[in-house]
Design a protein around this ligand. Structure first.
Ligand code: NCD
Length: 309
């Protein structure tokens, strides 16, 4: 049987092209399962998964939970706000205590970059990174690519621009790795203050003019400005950001070709994109959410099957 080259999903950076193809192939079988009247398979029967969310989340957390339940895993949920973390417990202690209750896999979102890597070296469970600070958000990038592939067949040779707050975005970094690994060309676009100075070293194009970027691309992934991760003001005002980097229907319709619109959510309607753009037929935002469950089922299934071998 085909297997992943890794025991944990910590970031796209640690995967190879074969891993990506295996994940997409497996996700396609789960997409089929999800189209059935009874959307449940016994693959993770007897496996217990803990969802540890030390940061707010709606769709990622729900998506993981649904994926686990549809694979018949036993699921425990843990949120930092209502736990002993607020009483000063360390991350390792928190997780060791949960593992003492015989948990096999941990899905973790944490504000610190590298939190998942740290955990994978210190506890005997398989770790899935559901977002670690501004580092990586691998399942988001996988579902973004999977959504594009379901439209195009392949992303090879395609041009994708990631627009917005690149500096504070784990979605941007994971997407850059995933898309490049599949042979796509990637550009980042946003205010110069929100683009890391050395990002060109990753082999991406950099553009500060939104119209030029949109005319170059086949698809645009519109990111939210991550105010919660910004210590200072990176642009003069929200109005100015909207004027220069917001995508409305007039701009979209004036482009040379029909491009595809993605957004990882949560959307700030009227800031990075207008409602009209979010809900138009070029937007695949809800397909991304739908595909997220199949991708997470694939990741959990492939990791669990390594454990059973
Ligand atoms: C993203 C995240 O949390 O990194 N959202 C998500 O997982 N769906 C992006 C964001 O918060 O803007």
């Amino acid at each position: 049987m085909d297997t992943l080259s890794v025991d944990h999903l910590l970031g796209i950076k640690y995967l190879n092209r074969e891993d990506l193809e295996l994940i997409f192939k497996t996700a396609a079988t789960f997409t089929e399962v999800l189209s059935r009247p009874i959307k449940k398979v016994p693959s993770l029967n007897g496996i217990t998964v803990a969802n540890l969310f030390f940061e707010n989340s709606t769709r990622t957390r729900t998506s993981f939970e649904l994926a686990e339940k549809r694979l018949s895993a036993d699921v425990v949920n843990f949120s930092a706000g209502v736990s002993s973390v607020s009483k000063g417990e360390t991350l390792i202690d928190t997780v060791q205590n949960i593992l003492a209750m015989k948990v096999d896999m941990v899905v973790m979102r944490h504000p610190n970059p590298g939190a998942g890597i740290f955990l994978s070296k210190n506890v005997p469970a398989q770790i899935v990174n559901a977002g670690d600070g501004a580092h990586e958000h691998p399942t988001q990038a996988l579902l973004d690519s999977y959504s594009l592939r379901r439209h195009w067949g392949s992303v090879e040779g395609k041009k994708i621009v990631i627009v917005g707050d690149i500096t504070h975005s784990r979605v941007a970094i994971s997407n850059i790795y995933a898309l490049q690994m599949q042979g796509a060309e990637v550009m980042v676009c946003g205010p110069a203050t929100l683009i890391p100075k050395h990002i060109g070293a990753l082999g991406v194009k950099v553009e500060t003019d939104l119209r030029k970027a949109l005319n170059w691309c086949d698809a645009a992934n519109m990111l939210r400005v991550q105010h919660e991760r910004q210590d200072i003001s990176y642009f003069p005002s929200k109005q100015e950001y909207v004027k220069l980097y917001g995508l409305d229907k007039t701009l979209l319709d004036s482009l040379d070709k029909k491009i595809t619109i993605l957004h990882p959510g949560p959307i700030n309607r009227g800031v990075e994109i207008t409602s009209e753009v979010a809900d138009c037929d070029q937007s695949i935002i809800l397909e991304q959410v739908e595909n997220g469950v199949a991708i997470r089922m694939a990741v959990l299934y492939l990791l669990a099957s390594k454990r059973m071998n």
